[in-house]
Design a protein around this ligand. Structure first.
Ligand code: ZN
Length: 451
């Protein structure tokens, strides 16, 4: 028996250590094209080896993880990864720069306005003719009509009132055969408070564009193309928003509903708060790969499950967008959150970096929000997670991610750590550390809800 034991020990020492070579998780293959002036190698190797990339020593974390930035020249770049026992060759091609002629057409103003109708549900009305970022004013369903006075970069420039304009992608609307658009008449108006919700119901004789925005006194509402003097009707719901939604019903009634900040039990602030936890990625969608080979989708789920248990024990009513390693579409995640009537949505992720950031020293926790109403929770969570874990506080940032944009509640997305960073990866897979992360999230939620 003793002999067998020692044979196993010898097997682990020699075969385990020496027969398996370096594991490289990024770049994803030995022959790739990368359109950047830099990239990086990330992976792991036995920490007692000396690892070199093109004869330059690579620092190995005690866990064996590493990430090393390299510069890329135009054309073919060859990298030899040498661990003293074997050499692996990586061929990375950086394509030559093509002289791009600026094909962006300048803005056109039509001689006579044309009239268009939305043909896709959830079409964004934007403040600038750019298809990204924070320029969304509102979303509209099929059938809402606009007067277009011109076009720019593939967007119609639409008139909202005498002095207000917006942009709608030409793919989302089609021209209709009309000579003008009649303004809408407001037939009735109703302000109502029910349970924890405040409503405004505006009854119109047709559906016209509108926009919502958050301000110090609450939720501001502008309805365009109505019959008053300035052709826009303005109103607001007073109070600090805790999620809101708006829609037209079949009777041309515009319903705007805002949830009030809940009155919580100071000792037990999470009690009866409805929380949806969204473990990012799943199934075929792996997310980031850590230098130690950790898959983001698995890590996100592990953290989410611990968080669910703790929140449930504290009296929260918890919903998960996935409980297994399955693929869930982004819209489905949004629907699951909205149908649950969630108060708070927390999407759990872990980070990687693009090639262009290869030389940056990335580590720590970042929190993302879309609506101003969610900024405060994002800030508090960045701080509370960082306090418990010792991770760098990467602060709260605005970002237009679908899951935090289309959910009608306080919604944040947490990038807990950088899986691509050896130290972060090493910590993130540790169970005690995962407990610190989830305790940090709970500290932050309690602090936020106690106010
Ligand atoms: Zn992710």
């Amino acid at each position: 028996m003793k002999k067998i034991f020692w044979l196993i020990v010898l097997y682990i020492i020699f075969i385990g250590n020496y027969s398996f070579g370096v594991q490289i998780v990024y770049p994803k293959s030995k022959n790739v094209t990368i359109n950047s002036d830099k990239t990086f190698f990330a992976g792991n190797e036995s920490p007692n080896r000396t690892l070199k990339i093109n004869s330059k020593k690579v620092n190995l974390h005690p866990s064996g993880g590493f990430r090393k930035a390299v510069n890329l020249n135009y054309g073919l770049n060859t990298f030899t990864i040498d661990n003293g026992k074997e050499k692996v060759i990586y061929k990375i091609t950086r394509p030559k720069q093509v002289n791009k002629t600026d094909i962006t057409p300048s803005a056109i103003i039509y001689k006579n306005s044309i009239f268009i109708s939305i043909i896709k549900d959830n079409t964004p009305l934007r403040s600038t003719p750019i298809d990204k970022g924070f320029n969304r004013l509102q979303h509209f369903n099929k059938g809402i009509e606009f007067e277009a006075i011109g076009e720019e970069r593939g967007f119609y420039k639409v008139k909202l009132s005498r002095d207000d304009f917006g942009f709608i992608s030409k793919d989302c609307a089609s021209e209709i055969n009309k000579k003008n658009l009649a303004n809408a008449n407001i037939k009735a108006l109703e302000h109502k408070t029910e349970h924890n919700n405040k409503y405004i119901k505006i009854s119109l004789d047709k559906q016209v564009p509108y926009a919502l925005s958050e301000s110090e006194h609450g939720l501001d509402i502008v309805v365009y193309n109505t019959d008053n003097q300035f052709q826009k009707y303005e109103d607001f719901i007073e109070g600090k928003p805790f999620g809101y939604t708006s829609y037209y019903n079949d009777n041309n009634e515009l319903i705007i509903s805002m949830k009030k900040f809940p009155i919580t039990d100071k000792k037990n602030p999470l009690k009866n708060i409805r929380i949806t936890i969204d473990p990012g990625h799943g199934g075929n969608e792996l997310g980031a790969t850590g230098c130690l080979g950790t898959q983001e989708k698995d890590l996100n789920l592990e953290i989410a499950k611990i968080l669910k248990n703790k929140l449930t024990k504290l009296g929260a009513i918890v919903n998960m967008t996935r409980e297994n390693d399955t693929f869930v579409e982004l819209n489905e995640r949004v629907e699951l959150t909205n149908n649950f009537n969630s108060d708070i949505f927390i999407s759990i992720h872990n980070n990687s970096i693009p090639d262009s950031a290869a030389d940056k020293d990335v580590t720590g926790t970042e929190l993302y929000y879309f609506y101003p109403q969610s900024r405060e929770l994002a800030k508090i969570l960045a701080e509370s997670i960082s306090q418990r874990t010792g991770f760098k506080n990467g602060k709260a940032r605005g970002q237009s991610f679908a899951v935090i944009r289309n959910t009608h509640c306080i919604a944040i997305l947490a990038e807990i750590g950088y899986l691509i960073n050896p130290e972060d990866n090493y910590k993130l897979i540790n169970k005690d550390f995962q407990n610190k992360i989830t305790d940090g999230i709970i500290d932050g939620l309690e602090k936020y809800l106690r106010q």
